[in-house]
Unconditional design. Sequence first.
Length: 448
Amino acid sequence: MPINPSDPGVSTALAQALGHPGPFSEAECAALEGPLVLLHARDVSDLRHCTGLKHLDLIACDVRSLGPLTALTALRQLTILATPIEDLAPLRELPTLAFLTLNFTYVTDALPLVGLPALARAELLGNPWTEESYTIVAQRIASTSSARLGTPPLLLLSLLEDWQVTRMMWECGITASVACPDSREWYLVRAGIPRVTPGPCDAMRNDPVLIEQALKKNPTFTLEELFENFLKKRAEPPRVEPSRLMSRRPWGSSVEAASWVQASALDAQTKAELLRFIARFPTLSFYREPPEFLDEVEAASQVRFPPWLRELRQTLAWMLPGEPERDVQVRFHHFDLPGHAASDPASHWYSIAPGVQSGESPPGFMSLGFSEDPLWSQLVIRKDAPKDTVIYDFAEEMFRDLQLEGVGTQGTLGPAFASYATMLAAIDAVRVRDGEPLLAVQDPNASA
């Protein structure tokens, strides 16, 4: 029997995926693997015919229930963005679901995600979780091994402050959310087919601090009034593409990160150093940055990364993708060139954030990272020598003290690491926001 979906969003998506307008045959719908991308759909019941579908995206749809998806038993990847889904229980009927993106929805209960048999990775940003779901249930998900994998899934959750402001909005009767994908830009989002902004989804860049201040000033705001409060301050209405509402940096486990390095065109020595770094933190997640993402970072920071740094960041950028770079602090067990560096690495916790200016770098240098404790210092790289891969240590606070005393500042800038890769391999501990440190596992190749 021919299938002629009544919902325009479903019909358009099937036409794009199958290469012709409806009606569609049962056979071609059943054989479709995807990706199938639904935008602004209201009724997804006709998806029950797509029994072979492996990849589905629901974007800014007016869909409350995932019930129709229970027929998609081959589904492996599911992305739900800015869609007012309320219940995750139907996901228990999807035995092969491995990759889930669930951002800016109405879901408050995360319990159905515990023990999904094939779940490997879940990005869960901008959801109004209950306190129990955000804390206790999230820990259960992250510690319960998937039956098929034998390991727990990796989770990417909203920052605590973002979740708290989201809950604040919901407690005021405002069904909107705020989160910061890629730890760069915050977005205020209303789930569903857009009605308050001109873009493909109701979203605008907005800091959660400003949202909190607005609600404290006027706790009776409606959703529309809250959006209007910020829209009237803009020269033109915002247009946010759906891709901005999810992580654009590929992220994964230590095993996946190692595969990125092994598949890269980096030289053997650089690969070995990066693999050593990954192996020393096997329980952490890692990410890499595509060229277009690096272009945005450079434009925002008004810097130009040397080609070698771009190549490295495209292969392996950093770790803990759910945390802002400046909040992830690392300690080094040594400098490669300790006779030239001014700082003692064991006494500093560094944030590695290329291009983020914190303090004043020496002329001709660009900040790669910084330490605020016990004395302010920076890790810097040369801007005027693109082939120089050395990481330099700049004892900024010592430099300023010597300047004030009117004496020479020699010895405040010197080489610390031969390369970015050797710097990563020298990390022996990681912590987040001054929290409890995670120590590196013993390097099996290190001498006793």
